[in-house]
Write a protein that binds this ligand. Structure first.
Ligand code: TYD
Length: 205
């Protein structure tokens, strides 16, 4: 396949199937001979993975501290992985990005959206994705699906919290209709991956 570079982000509540879909998309691109980098937030760099463990397994943090920690991990990822990949015509598939900070630290934890935008802009050097897939699902249904997994700090939050995260994502999708695609994440895995694939092909060709 002849392609241009692209930055593709998948977002969604816990258990929406983002990680599975990110992997499927990156495998599919690679199998078409396209140079692809799959990364996740927070993480995918040495320091980013350490920050991830600190946030997810450590004790309760105030939302502003949390924002700075996610943003520090994000800055490592942008500078060390994403920018070099895009510069060498690699397609980047990213499991969560700045929108997770807006939905979780903003909509669900009440941090000012202006503050989040400001910090995000600095952390990302203003790099925005070409495509964002929102895997939209009722959090109650998503939690039913992954009932038995051990829970991290965010997964232990209330259903009200997760509903606010979802609401945040939906309003982001509403106001960014060019780049965002809402995908019904209650559908079977293959249907979802095919929907995402069609949108990616349309963008790339
Ligand atoms: P993860 O295990 O990656 O969740 P999932 O498998 O559902 O993607 O854990 C990341 C958690 O961190 C997730 O609960 C969302 C949260 N998060 C934020 O609150 N803000 C952020 O900016 C990011 C990137 C993640």
């Amino acid at each position: 396949m002849n392609t241009k570079n692209a930055f593709i982000v998948l977002e969604g509540v816990e258990g929406s199937g983002k990680s599975t879909q990110s992997q499927l998309l990156s495998q599919k691109l690679s199998s078409e001979g396209v140079s692809t980098l799959l990364v996740r937030e927070p993480g995918s760099t040495n320091t980013g993975e350490k920050i991830r463990a600190l946030i997810l397994e450590g004790s309760e943090l105030n939302p502003l501290t949390e924002l700075f920690l996610f943003s520090a991990a994000r800055s490592e990822l942008i500078q060390n992985e994403i920018i070099p990949a895009l510069d060498s015509n690699t397609i980047v598939v990213c499991d969560r990005y700045i929108y997770s900070s807006i939905a979780y630290q903003g909509y669900a934890k009440g941090l000012s959206l202006d503050t989040i935008d400001e910090v995000n802009s600095i952390a990302t050097s203003h790099i925005s994705p070409d495509l964002v897939f929102l895997l939209d699902i009722n959090p109650k249904v998503a939690f039913e699906r992954k009932k038995s997994d051990p829970k991290d700090r965010f997964e232990r939050e209330s259903m009200g919290f997760h509903n606010s995260v979802r609401k945040g994502y939906l309003s982001l999708a509403e106001s960014n209709q060019n780049a965002w695609h809402i995908i019904n994440a209650e559908k079977p895995t293959e249907i979802i991956s095919e929907k995402i694939w069609q949108k990616v092909i349309t963008f790339l060709t």
